[in-house]
Design a protein around this ligand. Structure first.
Ligand code: KYN
Ligand code: ZN
Ligand code: ZN
Length: 205
C-alpha cells in the first residue's frame, strides 16, 4: 500500500522562523566512547518543519502536547487546492463540498522555495474558523509555517481556530499530492508540557 510522505525532511538546511532554533542532530555519545552504540542528541524548535501546534503555543492556559486528542491526527482527511490566493476565507471554500470532513488539508502552494523561510505566505482570514467549525472540521493542516501572516503578533487565525475547537497542523509538503480523500496519520510525540510537536505526516488513499 502506497504511503505519501507529506513531511518536510529535517536537515541542517531546513529553514525555521527567523531567530528560532534550527534542526541539529549530533552523535552526542559515539560508539568509540560508549563502547557499544552511537547515541544521538536532538536540538530544534518545535516549529521547524512539519509540526502540530498545541494551544499552549499561543495561550498560556492552553492544552500542552501530551494532552492533545490523538484521534484527530489519524483518520479520513480531504486535501483541497486553494493555490494562487493571498489569503483564504469562507468565500474561497464556499463552493467546495466539506460534508462529513473532520480533517481538512489546504494546499496553498505559497511556500515555493523549501530551502528558504518564506517572506510571505497565504494566511487565513477571520471568517474561516467559524465557517470550518460549522462544517464539522476539527483539524486544519496547511503547507505553510503559520495560519496567520508571518509578522502577526495577535494571531487571529490561531486564536479563532482554537476558540472553534479546531487543531492546527503546519508546514506540510503537499506539492505532489492530488486533491481528494485520503487517510492522514500525523501523530504528535508524547511530549509533556510542550507547545507542539514535530510529526511524521503521511497520507494513504
Ligand atoms: N516559532 C516562532 C518563533 C517566533 C515567533 C513565532 C513563531 C511561531 O512559530 C509562530 C507561528 N504562528 C507558528 O505557530 O508556527
Ligand atoms: Zn507552529
Ligand atoms: Zn502556528
Amino acid at each position: 500500500m502506497k504511503l505519501y510522505d507529506i513531511s518536510r525532511p529535517l536537515t541542517k538546511a531546513t529553514p525555521t522562523w527567523p531567530g528560532d532554533t534550527a534542526f541539529q542532530y549530533t552523535v552526542n555519545w559515539p560508539k568509540s566512547e560508549s563502547g557499544s552504540v552511537n547515541v544521538g542528541k536532538l536540538v530544534m524548535s518545535i516549529h521547524t518543519g512539519t509540526h502540530v501546534d498545541a494551544p499552549f503555543h499561543f495561550d498560556d492556559h492552553g492544552k500542552t502536547t501530551l494532552e492533545l486528542p490523538l484521534d484527530l491526527y489519524v483518520g479520513a482527511a480531504r486535501v483541497v487546492d486553494v493555490s494562487g490566493r493571498a489569503s483564504i476565507g469562507a468565500d474561497d471554500l464556499a463552493g467546495i463540498d466539506l460534508s462529513g470532513v473532520t480533517r481538512l488539508l489546504l494546499k496553498t502552494m505559497s511556500w515555493s522555495e523549501p530551502e528558504t523561510f518564506p517572506a510571505e505566505i497565504c494566511y487565513l482570514r477571520p471568517d474561516l474558523p467559524p465557517f470550518l467549525a460549522e462544517k464539522g472540521i476539527r483539524l486544519l493542516g496547511l503547507d505553510v509555517p503559520s495560519v496567520d501572516p508571518l509578522e502577526s503578533k495577535e494571531l487571529p487565525a490561531h486564536h479563532g481556530l482554537h476558540q472553534h475547537g479546531i487543531y492546527i497542523l503546519e508546514g506540510l509538503l503537499l506539492d505532489a499530492i492530488e486533491p481528494g480523500d485520503y487517510e492522514l496519520i500525523a501523530l504528535p510525540l508524547a511530549l509533556s508540557g510542550a507547545d507542539g510537536s514535530p510529526v511524521r505526516a503521511v497520507l494513504r488513499r
